[in-house]
Design a protein around this ligand. Structure first.
Ligand code: PNS
Length: 189
């Protein structure tokens, strides 16, 4: 059976990879489908994201990486897929995911949404979180597949924030208090 794993993947995280690997064990073929979304300004182009996914999944044989626009079910029907694969991290995901699954069901009766509970170690992880950490100069190597981390660092390299201490809190190193003994005695008078 063919399953479509649709998403933004901007960029792919270890959480996505976990869902892909487990999906590949359940389904004969998994198509990771990157949405071309004109309403979002992504960090990476669709072509870059597809390449990142490809480089992160070279160990999997039953995977294909593709892109699509429009409705996910239209794409799934075109690919003759029977299932949509989605990861569930926390209960807050559930509401939105269930709404999407129900909506998709109204659009196509024969396509099922299959949810995989994300492995606990990735339950906090999202692409937005990765971007936020990288934007402020933090490490993200433990959050994304190894081939993807350099792309993210490169993206933010030119915009790394320089941490400037608040003037009030800075020690007065430029003008240390260097009173001579006679001056100190005069102050005491
Ligand atoms: O990775 P994301 O951003 O959570 O993925 C969301 C995605 C791409 C699965 C969802 O936005 C989607 O399916 N978009 C295509 C438009 C569509 O089919 N809408 C109807 C279902 S709500």
């Amino acid at each position: 059976m063919l399953a479509i794993y649709p998403g933004s993947f901007d960029p792919i995280t270890l959480g996505h990879l976990d869902v892909i690997e487990r999906g590949c064990r359940l389904f004969e073929q998994v198509v990771v489908a990157v949405l071309r979304n004109p309403n979002k300004t992504p960090l990476f182009t669709v072509a870059e994201r597809m390449e990142q996914i490809r480089r992160s999944t070279t160990h999997l044989s039953n995977i294909e990486v593709d892109s699509f626009d429009g409705l996910t079910v239209t794409y799934a029907k075109m690919r003759r897929a029977k299932a949509l694969l989605r990861g569930l991290r926390v209960t807050s995901d559930f509401e939105m995911e269930l709404q999407m699954a129900h909506t998709n069901k109204t659009l196509s009766e024969e396509i099922e949404t299959v949810f995989l509970a994300t492995s606990t170690e990735y339950s906090f992880l999202s692409s937005s979180l990765v971007k936020e950490i990288a934007k402020f100069g933090g490490p993200i190597d433990h959050l994304v597949p190894p081939p993807v981390a350099p792309d993210i660092y490169r993206c933010y390299a030119k915009t790394l924030p320089v941490s400037v201490p608040t003037p009030d809190l800075m020690p007065t190193l430029e003008h240390p208090k260097t009173e001579s003994l006679p001056e100190m005695l005069r102050d005491l008078e």
